[in-house]
Design a protein around this ligand. Structure first.
Ligand code: PMP
Length: 374
């Protein structure tokens, strides 16, 4: 019954971990903010419901949201992307899927960092394309020379993710520029997943689209505004790329048959997220920073660790005590939920991903338990 396309992909290891949770486990496995969505955003969606905004919207999303996303891209990222070059999607997840489905053929190659976010490999495989791993160095940098060696005449695109899940790494401007040059020299598209853009501590975020036309920019509301369940994200391409390939119209075909549109009233919530008071983002990031400092300080006593610059994950190397799977199992037995690094690729075999999107006091408790175990 089941298609090869589907059979060939594995269920996410992260879901399996959730299933092991007991009521009294401390959850350092979760990949979403623990905060509630800010009230003004909830109110805007409620108002939309009350006003009967419960019907299909245009496939690409309500015009005022796309206009606001266009303004955001101008103000935050210095990009000139008109509303017609933006599609509102059901989360960044759908935007990733549309991008890959629209440009990748069977047998073509997609460069993915290893370790990297779980969906990249599986979505590539769903497109019957081949994920090609780019190994990261000890501090989670992509080796520019390695990218060059990974490129073949079948390479179609490269997925970048800064700030990164699971490492928390933020790419430097020079690194991004160098990859943009490689993409242009080899006619490769960069799919840039910028979902953690706002959750960044000491560094500055740059989008590859600032340096190259060969880019599909993906972002969303899940992480910055604690809106994971709302399922709202977007993708954007600039005029040059769009005019060359009719990329938006092609992606809309997939979106319209698969999804029709993103949820109507959730789009009004997203509109308020962008146009309303941004202090909620500032407050959440301030708290994430406090937790990052706590968990980094505690884990550094036990494991080898690169301090994360963004997102809400830390990815220590636990080799001294076994591989990541063994250590994760030990932690889970001791009621600390975490994700073995191998879930993000072989490059994470000796790592564990801890999420600090959980209460400060719980992180303190977890560190205490870990100090007793190791
Ligand atoms: N990209 C990365 C790197 C992520 O970590 C996640 C969520 N875990 C997503 C995309 C998906 O985000 P969304 O909720 O917008 O689909």
């Amino acid at each position: 019954m089941i298609s090869n396309r589907c059979k060939n992909i594995e269920p996410s290891e992260i879901r399996k971990i959730f299933n092991m949770a007991t009521k009294d486990s401390i959850n350092l496995g979760i990949g979403e903010p623990d905060f509630d969505t800010p009230q003004h955003i909830i109110d805007a969606a409620k108002k939309a419901l009350d006003e009967g905004k419960t019907h299909y919207t245009p496939n690409s999303g309500i015009p005022e949201l796309r206009e606001s996303i266009s303004n955001k891209l101008k103000n935050d990222n210095n990009l000139d992307i008109g509303p017609d070059n933006i599609i509102t999607t059901c989360g960044a997840s759908e935007a990733l899927m549309l991008s890959l489905m629209a440009i990748v053929n069977k047998g073509e190659e997609v460069l993915i960092s290893d370790p990297g976010f779980v969906s990249y490999k599986s979505l590539t495989q769903l497109c019957e394309a081949k994920p090609v791993s780019m190994k990261l160095d000890e501090e989670f940098n992509i080796d520019i020379e390695e990218i060059k060696t990974c490129i073949t005449d079948k390479t179609k695109c490269i997925i970048l993710n800064s700030p990164a899940n699971p490492t928390g790494k933020v790419m430097d401007k020079s690194e991004i520029k160098a990859i943009c040059d490689i993409a242009e020299d080899n006619n490769i598209i960069i799919i840039s997943d910028e979902i953690y853009e706002k959750i960044i501590y000491d560094k500055k975020h740059y989008s590859p689209m600032e340096f190259t036309d060969n880019c599909i920019l993906i972002n969303g509301f899940s992480k910055a505004y604690a809106m994971t369940g709302w399922r709202i994200g977007y993708l954007a391409v600039n005029d040059n790329l769009n005019n060359e390939y009719d990329l938006i119209d092609n992606m809309i075909k997939i979106h319209q048959y698969g999804f029709a549109c993103a949820t109507s009233f959730a789009q009004y919530g997203a509109l308020e997220a962008l146009n309303g008071d941004q202090s909620c983002v500032y407050e959440m990031v301030k708290e994430f920073r406090r937790r990052r400092d706590l968990i980094v300080k505690g884990l550094k006593k036990l494991f080898k660790l690169t301090t994360p610059d963004g997102a809400f994950y830390v990815f220590p190397n636990v080799e001294e005590y076994g591989d990541g799977m063994e250590v994760a199992q030990k932690l889970i037995e001791n009621k600390i939920l975490c994700v073995p690094g191998v879930a993000f690729g072989d490059g994470g075999k000796y790592n564990i991903r801890f999420s600090y999107a959980t209460k400060y006091e719980d992180i303190e408790k977890a560190l205490e338990i870990m100090e007793n175990i190791f």
